[in-house]
Design a protein around this ligand. Structure first.
Ligand code: PRX
Length: 637
């Protein structure tokens, strides 16, 4: 049967109008008027949104742009994100509302009301305090998707410490490097997590990383998988032991923070060198994540919201933890693989818990689509009213499957374009926006985007160019931790005169003003929606004793979107064969984590380079794809 919304749009098969039932109840009824106001009266618009939060003290200035590009928001204001995400709900009907539903991969379930969440967060905040954790200090968190992960994040924020969450799929080198950069004294981890019926041995990885990390004094470990792990005297403590001590009192004052005080750092891959720790703040980030979440996903008190991203990435920070909790939603967290033990796992949970909004990535959709319609069709998933997508462009085939099979043709798909750096949605539809599959549609309120050519000149409608953002927004990262110059160089240098932010993506804007993001134009690779730098993969390869030089590129992959292909030059006298190829793949996986494992390793005698010695990855890519190699005038040889 053809879903209704498709039938009604036969005049333009590419335009999907949201059903009237959704439009009628939408939190925002008019995009154009609100957008216009948000641009002509930017500060007024954001002040009105900020007023919806709880402030200990109101701000003096909405936007302070006296030291561009180091913009400040709501200066003079006093706030704590946890006061908004938890404390203020306790005096309302939400006290006994479910804040979190969690399901472990083996099938164990935990639920927590806002009251219970407050107790757990307060108790752990007191534990951290007893370990000497102070305002401004950075606690590193390396955990599977268990309730203690958001609890640890919130506990840090509550006492004014910053967190640095390292994705649980990363490995030793990646973790050690991030601990060192953050100068962390305290690490919170777990013995392991469940993934596809197997234990991921996080504690062993953490132990190896701590061997390389002289700054760590304390490691707190949650018992999850209960397998044998090594605990070091004086350094290692069990979470449950500490939480049962009198110091873990359920009463803890929430620290009063300046709006611009840092909330967390989150490392993400860049064009060159090491991953950079982007800094987000209590004030602007609270306003931005809650506003975007409330309007784009049309959040209502009765919603059950499932953001299926890992809390270890920005999507998890902004839309699994902070934005939804500020909006008083019930959040869903699931520990394991989407297809374990069978490919109906997600659909089963949607039915069981009555999930109303699902927010996930194109790669997850493609992965589940592969198993066929019969898996979702076994379940009554009619509780869904909205769907979301993030991480990479969604291909029309996956869009249609998501829309028709998962959304029964009645759930609009919110394709949200944004970045670790932006803190929240930048280009995204509202539930009232007519959709074009593959386009994130239009800029969010207060966001001005442009597409420009090599000279920074705006291109004509429909033409491809570089995506820029023309004005500041409250959720923007304030700097790169410990490296403000790099922040300026990476994002603001190229369009210094215009004062624009460089997104690093290519895009086009069509005649209707819809934005089509095409992909990265720098050396960042998106694999299964995860962001990796070619530089990191290359440095993992050259850390192998037989490798002298390496280059990594992305080539299209049916499920992952992109896959990593690598080219290596071996040290003199070494010979490349199948066995070494497998060894090098495993080496990268061991150093960085399974997501960085290359699809292929090719052995070469030389790499295409510019005369100044830079590897020309685009030449490798063009060759691999059998397309024109383009301008080779800068090629050395
Ligand atoms: O290339 C864009 C792609 O993901 C990049 C940002 O990656 P990260 O910082 O890891 O954040 C991902 C989650 C917000 C962007 O530069 N990207 C993200 N969302 C989309 C997207 N590309 C196309 N469409 C999207 N909806």
């Amino acid at each position: 049967m053809t879903p209704k919304s498709i039938k009604s749009t036969t005049a333009d098969t590419n335009l999907f109008h949201p059903p009237k039932s959704i439009v009628r109840k939408a939190n925002i009824k008019d995009y154009d008027k609100t957008y216009e106001r948000s641009i002509t009266d930017r500060e007024g618009f954001w002040a009105d949104e900020a007023k919806k939060l709880k402030w200990y003290k109101k701000w003096k200035t909405v936007l302070d742009d006296t030291n561009k590009p180091f913009y400040k928001w709501f200066t003079g204001g006093k706030i704590n994100i946890v006061d908004n995400a938890i404390d203020r709900h306790l005096a309302t009907h939400r006290r006994n509302k479910l804040a979190m539903i969690w399901e472990g991969e083996p099938g164990d379930v935990k639920t927590m009301s806002y009251h219970a969440l407050n107790r757990e967060v307060s108790k752990f905040a007191n534990v951290l305090k007893s370990m000497g954790v102070r305002k401004g200090e950075i606690v590193t968190i390396y955990m599977p998707q268990i309730p203690e992960l958001p609890i640890a994040m919130l506990a840090c924020a509550k006492i004014g410490a910053m967190h640095s969450v390292v994705y649980g799929g990363f490995s030793t080198e990646a973790l050690a490097g991030r601990i060192a950069d953050a100068n962390s004294r305290v690490l919170v981890t777990a013995d392991g997590g469940w993934r596809r019926g197997k234990i991921t041995d996080l504690k062993s990885i953490a132990n190896e990383a701590m061997d390389r990390s002289p700054t760590i004094e304390v490691c707190i470990t949650v018992k999850r998988t209960e397998h044998e792990v090594h605990m070091e005297n004086d350094r290692d403590f069990w979470y449950h032991d500490l939480m049962s001590l009198p110091i873990a009192s359920p009463k803890c004052e929430t620290e009063v923070m300046d709006a611009e005080d840092p909330l967390f750092i989150l490392f993400t891959s860049g064009t060159t060198g090491k991953p950079k720790g982007l800094v987000h703040t209590h004030g602007g980030y609270s306003v931005y994540t809650s506003t975007t979440h409330r309007y784009v996903f049309d959040i209502k008190d009765e919603d059950r919201w499932w953001c299926a991203a890992d809390p270890g990435w920005i999507t998890g920070h902004s839309y699994l933890v902070y934005g939804p909790l500020i909006n008083g939603a019930t959040i869903m967290l699931y520990e394991g693989a989407p297809n374990h033990p069978y490919p109906n796992r997600w659909w089963n949970m949607i039915e069981k818990y009555g999930i109303t909004i699902l927010y996930t990535s194109p790669t997850a959709i493609r992965g589940l689509m592969r198993f066929g319609d019969q898996w979702p069709q076994r379940h009554d998933i009619s509780s869904l009213r909205l769907l979301g997508s993030v991480g990479e462009p969604i291909n029309p085939e996956a869009w249609r499957w998501y829309h028709e099979v998962i959304g029964d043709g009645k759930c609009p798909i919110m394709d949200t374009w944004w970045q670790t750096e932006t803190g929240g949605f930048m280009i995204a539809p509202l539930p009232i926006t007519p959709l074009k599959p593959g386009s994130a549609t239009k800029p969010f309120f207060g966001v001005e985007v442009g597409v420009v050519d090599e000279n920074g000149k705006e291109v004509a409608a429909g033409e491809e160019g570089k995506l820029v953002i023309k004005a500041p927004w409250p959720g923007m990262a304030r700097t790169i931790f410990g490296d403000p110059d790099r922040y300026v160089d990476t994002y603001w240098k190229e369009y210094e005169k215009q004062g624009w932010y460089k997104a690093g993506d290519s895009a086009r804007i069509d005649e209707d003003g819809y934005v089509w993001v095409i992909g990265r134009i720098d050396d960042v690779i998106k694999v299964s929606g995860y962001r990796l730098g070619t530089a990191e993969v290359e440095s993992a390869l050259v850390s192998h004793p037989m490798v002298s030089e390496a280059a990594a590129i992305a080539l299209p992959h049916e499920v992952k979107g992109n896959a990593i292909h690598t080219y290596v030059i071996l040290k003199a006298g070494e010979k490349g064969d199948k066995k070494l190829e497998e060894e090098l793949k495993k080496h990268v996986s061991d150093e960085m984590g399974p997501i960085a494992k290359p699809e292929a390793v090719h052995f070469l005698e030389s790499l295409p380079k510019t005369r100044s010695g830079k590897i020309m990855r685009r030449v490798l890519k063009a060759r691999a794809m059998g397309v024109d190699e383009g301008d080779l005038s800068t090629l050395e040889d």
